[in-house]
Design a protein around this ligand. Structure first.
Ligand SMILES: [Zn+2]
Length: 180
């Protein structure tokens, strides 16, 4: 899924949990952890490609650039992607945090959400999600997130979900406008 959508879905999930269970959570942190797996995976590659190719459309990272990376760089980039897109890795991170802090910061759930959203929205041709790495290399070939129809449906669902979560504020705002 695209990075903005990851951030917005993270806000939607954490806002929902926050409202349902009356838990304190900062939504900017939810956004941050929602995009964090891609930051880990692509910051290095983006900086490297910027200095070598200038600004390139992210999709070209897949075919053209990976081939020119050379074995060391492509291994680093693959490992970073696998690390940040593994439910096993984030499961261990959450477990360690729970043991140390005796609680799980709710915003951290945006990270596994990112992985769950990436599993069906990447094809085997473009960064399939190695969600069980390093235990298994298994991936799932879903639909490509940049598919125009999928993008439209996805953004429509996000707008709907945001309107639903903020419905009381929207109603208040609407009433205030009508009063004036
Ligand atoms: Zn991702």
């Amino acid at each position: 899924m695209d990075i903005l959508a990851h951030g917005v879905w993270a806000i939607i999930l954490i806002k929902f949990i926050k409202d349902q269970f009356k838990i304190k959570a900062k939504l900017w942190q939810a956004f941050f952890f929602g995009i964090f797996p891609d930051i880990i995976a692509f910051t290095f590659l983006t900086i490297w490609s910027f200095f070598n190719f200038g600004l390139i459309h992210p999709e070209k990272h897949g075919a053209e650039m990976i081939g020119t990376l050379g074995p060391t760089l492509s291994t680093i980039s693959e490992v970073l992607y696998s690390f940040s897109h593994s439910l096993v890795v984030i499961g261990i991170i959450i477990l360690v945090i729970f043991i140390v802090l005796k609680k799980i910061p709710i915003v951290l759930l945006a990270w596994p959400l990112h992985i769950l959203l990436d599993i069906p929205t990447h094809t085997s041709a473009f960064y399939p999600t190695p969600f069980l790495w390093p235990v298994s290399e298994i991936t799932f070939s879903g639909i490509q997130w940049s598919n125009p129809l999928f993008m439209k449906i996805n953004y429509a669902m996000m707008i709907f979900a945001i309107c639903f979560l903020y419905r009381n504020d929207l109603i208040k705002c609407f009433k205030n406008i009508n009063k004036k």
